[in-house]
Structure formats: C-alpha cells, structure tokens
Design a protein. Structure first.
Length: 359
C-alpha cells in the first residue's frame, strides 16, 4: 500500500506557498523572453505573465523553426511548473521532518507530468524579428484557456474514477472482478491527478476537488491492501527438461515481495492457483550453446479449477551461454532468473486479476 495520507496533508499545506510564489513571479517579466526595447515591451503588453505563459524560440534557418522551438519552450515551462508543484509539496514534507514513501509516490508522479493541450500553444506573428542573422519568435499559452480545458479533463476523469470507486465499495464479488475495477479506478485517478497538477500550474492555486478525490483513492488503496493480505494463492512450477529447483523458490520469493504468500503445490479453498510451466529453448549462439527461458501458465480459481487468465513470463536476460558446455550455459541461465527480475513480470501479469500494487 502506498502511504498517501501525508501527501494529502502536504498538498493542503503547500497550497498557500505555491500561490504566494506565483503572485511573486507575476510582478516581473518572463525570463524566457529576452527580447529588448520596444519588442520586449510589446510582447509583455500583449501577453502579461499573469495571464499567459510565454517563451521565445531562436533559429538560424527561419521563423517557422523558431516558432516551433518557442512552442516547445512553452510546453517545457508548463511541465516545469507542474513539477514545481510537486517539489513544493515534497519540500514542505522535508521541512516538517516527514520523509517517507509518500515522497517516492510524488517522484513517480513528477516523471509522468505532461501537458495534453499543445494545440493551445500559439505563435505570436507580431513578435517575429531578425537580429544578427538569427530568427526570433514568441509563443504563448493563455492560462485561462488552458485552465478551462484542464478543468474539463479533470471532470471527465473524475466521473470514471468515482464510478469505479463506488463499484469497489459494493459488497461481495470475486477478487478478479474487484481487481479489474480497481485498475479502472487507478487509471481514472492518474488522469485526474495529471489534470489537477496542470490546473495548479497554470492557475497557481490548488484545485479544490482533488483533496476529496485523493481521500477516495487513499481508501481504495487501504481496501486493496486488505484484500491482498486476505488472498490465498497456491503455486505450482513444472519441472520440465533442464528445469532447476531454484526456479520455484525464486517465483515464490517474488510473489512474497508482491504481498502474495504462495503455498507450494496447494490450491487453497476459496483461493487461487498460479500454475507455471518453464520452457527452455536451445540454439547455436555466437559463442557456443545458448539457452533461453520463458514461462507460461494460468491463474486458476481453486473452487472448480476455473481459469481466470493466462500468464506469460519472459525477460531478455533469461538466457545463458557458454563457449562449449551446455551445463555451464544452464548455470548462467539460472543465475539470471532472480526475484528482482521476476517481480515486475509477475506484477504485470497478475495485476489484472489480483490486487497487487501497480508500483
């Protein structure tokens, strides 16, 4: 479970800081538009930074290229401001002595920040100028227009998210169905979080509904962790030709890291069974015999042995080779099949059916 309680508190506390920082920046001119004299004044009059995000592009080949660069600079400023929102929250946590896994969540979110409305970034034809052989152009984004579009994005994502959360709260239902609904909720939350951070970047104030939606998400995460803890899973790993007993131990260890304590060679009542069959293929490698491992199988409901879904595990590093000896090549192969590599593979394959954490 991702500990998000501190994120909600920090988001609330950081709102005033971001607003004050934004107001301070409104007093100056945009550092991204270094045009001078009358040209600079004209750009500032047409696009004051309190209402627009403005950037300049420079090219030695033409105005179109300079405008393309200017648009890219505006988009980069929006991403930078979105990341700054998260940095402010993280800094607030650090100042108050709260450094925990919630900062990891914020770091992950910051790597995914993007602005989905690049079509709203426009060039200013009146700002074109040629100076010392270089072409200068200016692009801008209306904060009000962007905020309107992002608010629509937020509401659409919130509709999907809240509907999925309501379905999660309904009693009963088997675990795979509940887990599929959870993935819908997570996808909706990711979309609304991106819109919320974008809104906060362009308006310089927090988006009010996000705090309530974050609280819903926190509850969904607590429910996910509880259901995962209660899940019972059995594990069968086939022997197969050239298989190694270490494989079953590595799979079991990887499942434990995902929060699933697997019972070997058992199909617990009311639980599930992960059945895997290893397949080792041999080929002539450039330096000698080469073997590759893939695993396939299925997830079964123990009651009635009903198939829930198919599973396939493959990794580019699941291979072994040696100049001459096949046994040595197998030894190299099994050294590559470890828990660290199995965890993301198992997470990807099981997430549609079981409530493992997606990150």
């Amino acid at each position: 479970m991702r500990p998000l309680e501190n994120v909600a508190r920090a988001l609330r506390n950081a709102g005033l800081l971001v607003l004050l920082a934004g107001l301070g920046s409104c007093a100056g001119t945009s550092p991204r538009v270094p045009a001078e004299g009358a040209a600079a004044q004209s750009v500032a009059q047409r696009h004051p930074v309190s209402q627009y995000i403005v950037a300049e592009g420079v090219s030695d080949t033409g105005f179109e290229q300079a405008e393309t660069q200017a648009r890219a600079q505006v988009a980069a400023q929006v991403r930078s401001e979105m990341s700054a929102v998260l940095t402010t929250v993280m800094s607030s946590d650090s100042r108050n002595g709260r450094i925990d896994d919630s900062q990891s969540l914020l770091s992950e979110t910051s790597t995914r920040t993007s602005f989905a409305h690049a079509e709203m970034i426009r060039a200013d034809p009146a700002a074109r100028r040629r100076e010392r052989g270089l072409y200068h152009a200016v692009a801008y984004l209306s904060r009000a227009e962007a905020a309107e579009a992002l608010a629509r994005d937020y509401e659409l994502a919130a509709l999907d998210f809240r509907a999925a959360v309501a379905d999660l709260a309904r009693p009963g239902g088997d675990l795979p169905v509940w887990s599929a609904t959870l993935r819908r909720a997570e996808a909706g939350f990711d979309r609304l979080a991106q819109a919320s951070f974008g809104l906060r970047a362009v308006t310089r104030r927090p988006h009010g509904p996000f705090v309530a939606d974050l609280a819903l998400y926190e509850q969904a995460e607590r429910d996910r962790a509880a259901r995962l803890s209660a899940a019972r899973l059995g594990l069968e790993v086939g022997d197969g030709a050239d298989a190694d007993p270490r494989l079953a131990a590595s799979v079991s260890g990887a499942l434990a890291r995902l929060g699933l304590g697997a019972l070997p060679h058992d199909c617990p009542a009311g639980g599930y069974l992960l059945r895997l069959t290893p397949d080792i293929r041999w080929e002539a490698g450039p330096f000698g015999p080469l073997c590759r491992l893939t695993m396939s199988g299925e997830l079964l409901a123990c009651d009635g042995r009903r198939s829930i879904g198919h599973v396939s595990l493959a990794h580019p590093e699941f291979l072994g080779t040696d100049v001459r000896e096949k046994e040595r090549a197998l030894t190299v192969l099994w050294e590559q099949v470890n828990e660290e590599r199995l965890v993301p593979l198992l997470r990807h394959e099981l997430a549609p059916y079981l409530p493992v954490a997606e990150r």
